[in-house]
Design a protein around this ligand. Structure first.
Ligand SMILES: Cc1cc2nc3c(=O)[nH]c(=O)nc-3n(C[C@H](O)[C@H](O)[C@H](O)COP(=O)(O)O)c2cc1C
Length: 162
């Protein structure tokens, strides 16, 4: 049984695809944090960006993972406003105590934000409580399959190499 679990949130499905791919590669369970906020339409898009910029926590359907079973937790999210996406923030805050001491990593789908920005955003919000990320990468939504695969390969290498 794998020591890892992949936990994802998505608005338009790209992070789900990445999470499922990672789950297959790592032999890990894949679970979804369900975003309960309205996200369709231009007003919801603007509101989502605002929530991300304000570092809001928004309502979720919690997948109820038995975190004590896992040593490594891989988080997959879309980048919103170069930051941690609000539904993931809600989950991280709700489970911070259980996550302390585990190896955490983030793989994020985006238009172009660099991984360093996501690592810095995580460090600023959660680094003191949860420690540094074991791996962090972004995958460009526009990339064709080969480039996307190369990005995920590099992420898995970083994750397993440590
Ligand atoms: C509200 C909002 C803000 C976004 N902000 C960024 C951003 O700062 N940087 C970026 O590269 N992409 C940004 N994006 C694009 C998404 O990260 C990208 O479309 C991602 O692949 C969506 O993943 P999903 O299908 O899992 O929701 C933003 C998208 C939304 C909806």
């Amino acid at each position: 049984m794998s020591d890892s679990v992949v936990v994802y949130v998505t608005r338009s499905g790209h992070s789900r695809d990445l999470a499922k791919d990672l789950g297959t590669r790592l032999g890990a369970e894949v679970r979804e944090i369900v975003d309960l906020s309205k996200r369709k339409g231009i007003l919801a898009w603007i509101n989502s960006g605002r929530q991300a910029a304000m570092k809001s926590s928004t309502p979720i359907g919690d997948p109820g993972i038995e975190l004590q079973r896992f040593g490594t937790v891989v988080l997959v999210q879309p980048v919103w406003a170069s930051a941690i996406c609000p539904p993931l923030r809600t989950w991280l805050r709700a489970h911070a105590r259980e996550l302390a001491g585990k190896r955490l990593a983030i793989l994020a789908s985006c238009y172009g934000t660099a991984a360093g920005a996501i690592r810095a955003a995580f460090d600023a919000e959660f680094g003191a409580e949860l420690g540094p990320l074991a791996a962090c990468a972004t995958v460009l939504q526009k990339n064709e399959e080969g480039l996307r695969k190369a990005s995920v390969d590099a992420f898995v290498h970083e994750l397993l190499g440590k």
